[in-house]
Design a protein around this ligand. Structure first.
Ligand code: FE
Length: 281
């Protein structure tokens, strides 16, 4: 039977992709960030032995557009192309999918959970998915795990509530646990912590909020589920509403799941947070 062996919450910013591609991970400004992920990578590969990862991320008007933005879109393909985000296609191999597991998850969400997702037989993935992969499951000619992309609309309102994202996580857990192949699955929720990239509050960072969020995602996720989009944007900046995707990861873990790693690094325009968890049992 498939099981969820790890939960990961992490920020994403496009500049990390450029740093990886140019081998600048050990420069003084980036080393503290990359060093925090080193024990995470070892834990995921050697201890948790992850085979596949469900990545809950948002497309940034790259593969989808404002003419059609699905609330929840699940990839159901054996391979996902690398998207061009406007600065050329990154030199990465296509992301490997697990078509059979994806198809099972899609059927389970629609038939058993009343999540009427958009099912994507083709998807091009961009930094929202690729940067967390660079940090946690880096490729060396090929990616070490298969990926089930779950794209969430956090750009074009109305966007799903924090609570709805949490419930999606619980539904994903039941989907995984009803899959009859032995697969060790990680669930990763990704989105920038505090940041705002436009308007009068450009560069807004709220480290106190980000650290409060890291506390609550571990011990009291319901406190975050009760927040409105406006609450999140007012405190942490407009784009910090991406944080609702971390709740999908948390909803996929048991209430008493234990934190394994935690990091926060914020010398730039986006709070870079990291948390990993595993079920207590
Ligand atoms: Fe983002």
């Amino acid at each position: 039977m498939a099981m969820i062996v790890a939960g990961i919450g992490t920020s994403h910013v496009p500049s990390i992709g450029a740093v990886v591609d140019s081998g600048r991970q050990n420069t003084p400004e980036w080393k503290p960030l990359f060093d925090a992920y080193e024990p995470v990578r070892t834990w995921l590969s050697d201890e948790r032995k992850v085979d596949a990862v469900i990545v809950i991320y948002n497309d940034h008007a790259c593969d989808f557009s404002f003419s059609k933005y699905p609330t929840f879109a699940v990839g159901a393909a054996s391979e996902y192309a690398i998207a061009d985000e406007g600065f050329g296609v990154r030199p990465l191999p296509p992301v490997k999918g697990d078509l059979d597991l994806s198809a099972h998850i899609c059927r389970h969400l629609v038939y058993e959970e009343e999540f009427d997702i958009t099912i994507c037989k083709e998807m091009a993935v961009e930094h929202g998915l690729l940067v967390p992969m660079d940090l946690c499951f880096p490729q060396q000619g090929e990616w070490p795990v298969k990926v089930i992309p779950v794209q969430v609309n956090v750009l074009q309102h109305p966007i799903p509530t924090a609570l709805r994202c949490f419930k999606l996580g619980a539904a994903l857990r039941r989907a995984v646990e009803s899959y009859d192949r032995d697969v060790n699955v990680a669930v990763m929720g990704t989105g920038g912590m505090s940041h705002q990239l436009h308007g009068e509050r450009f560069g807004h960072l709220n480290s106190d909020f980000d650290n409060w969020f890291l506390d609550k995602i571990e011990s009291d996720p319901q406190a975050i589920c009760g927040m409105t989009h406006f609450d999140l944007m007012e405190q942490a900046g407009a784009e910090a509403v991406e944080l609702i995707m971390w709740l999908t990861m948390r909803g996929a873990m048991t209430p008493d799941a234990q934190r394994i790693h935690r990091n926060y690094y914020a010398p730039m325009t986006t709070g870079m947070g990291l948390i990993t968890m595993q079920d207590a049992a």
